[in-house]
Design a protein around this ligand. Structure first.
Ligand code: 5GP
Length: 117
């Protein structure tokens, strides 16, 4: 059921998370298994499974999420260098089927590290 992922449980406060920000439409939490010194997730409260499932109805929400990425990067002091990633589908590395934006920073990312096998 798309509304019952680990992120829906975090949104409903059924399991704990390290919250950095929350408003009516989204939350920002620390990733539990960080891949960089800073690794946070921007998550809409609306349970859109994948970016490819978003529709024109989600235009304002998607804009809000992207602007929140910039806000959080500035607040965390990483706005000079950070990477944003959205995995869409299992073959792209998506493991939680509730849309989320990864923000990673604090290490040097190689130019070619977006390659997929
Ligand atoms: P995906 O692989 O779907 O793009 O990203 C899912 C992310 O959620 C991963 O980076 C993973 O470490 C993170 N994650 C999985 N379970 C939990 C959890 O219970 N709490 C938090 N904060 N992050 C989680």
């Amino acid at each position: 059921m798309s509304d019952d992922t680990i992120f829906s449980k975090i949104i409903r406060r059924e399991i704990p998370a390290d919250f950095l920000y929350e408003d009516d439409d989204c939350l920002v939490i620390k990733d539990a298994y960080p891949q960089a010194p800073t690794h946070v997730l921007v998550i809409p409260k609306k349970p859109i499974p994948r970016l490819a499932d978003a529709t024109s109805d989600d235009r304002a929400l998607l804009g809000h999420l992207m602007l929140k990425v910039g806000d959080i990067a500035r607040e965390l002091g990483i706005d000079e260098a950070f990477r944003v990633c959205i995995n869409n589908g299992a073959n792209a590395g998506q493991t939680v089927f509730h849309l989320h934006i990864h923000i990673l920073a604090g290490k040097t990312f190689k130019e070619n590290s977006l390659s997929m096998q």
